[in-house]
Design a protein around this ligand. Structure first.
Ligand SMILES: [Zn+2]
Length: 129
């Protein structure tokens, strides 16, 4: 990441506004990951009993970790699956933009400190009674 002095405070603030705009545009999102699962039914005559057969499916599962517990639920194929896929992808985008906002905020803090060094030393004011 570039040094805080490279872009200047105004440039960094503009970048933060741009990222905040992106954040507002993320839309619906949800945590978790989608996986496709296949299984064998166990009936002797079924095609899935043949070696090499992938098994019945796919069954799409949305899995997420909530306070250390893994929660899984099935998502029906079709529009619900596409919607869930979009929402899960949006969460990844949300996290990526938040990470960038944190980064640019830290650079803003540094740049402001350089521009107004007296504001970085509030302890001095406590001594004036
Ligand atoms: Zn079967």
């Amino acid at each position: 990441m570039a040094n805080a002095g490279d872009r200047g405070l105004a440039g960094l603030e503009a970048e933060r506004r741009r990222l905040q705009g992106q954040l507002a545009a993320v839309g619906d999102f949800r945590r978790g990951s989608l996986t496709a699962s296949y299984r064998r039914c166990g009936r002797p005559g079924c095609a899935c009993a043949v070696p090499g057969h992938p098994g019945h499916g796919p069954i799409h599962l949305l899995t997420k970790s909530v306070q250390g517990r893994t929660v899984t639920r099935a998502v029906p194929p079709g529009p619900a699956l596409e919607k869930t896929r979009r929402e899960v992808d949006s969460y990844k985008r949300f996290k990526a933009v938040v990470e960038q906002i944190v980064e640019v905020n830290e650079q803003i803090c540094e740049a402001r400190q350089l521009a107004h060094p007296q504001e970085a030393a509030p302890d001095v004011q406590w001594e004036a009674r």
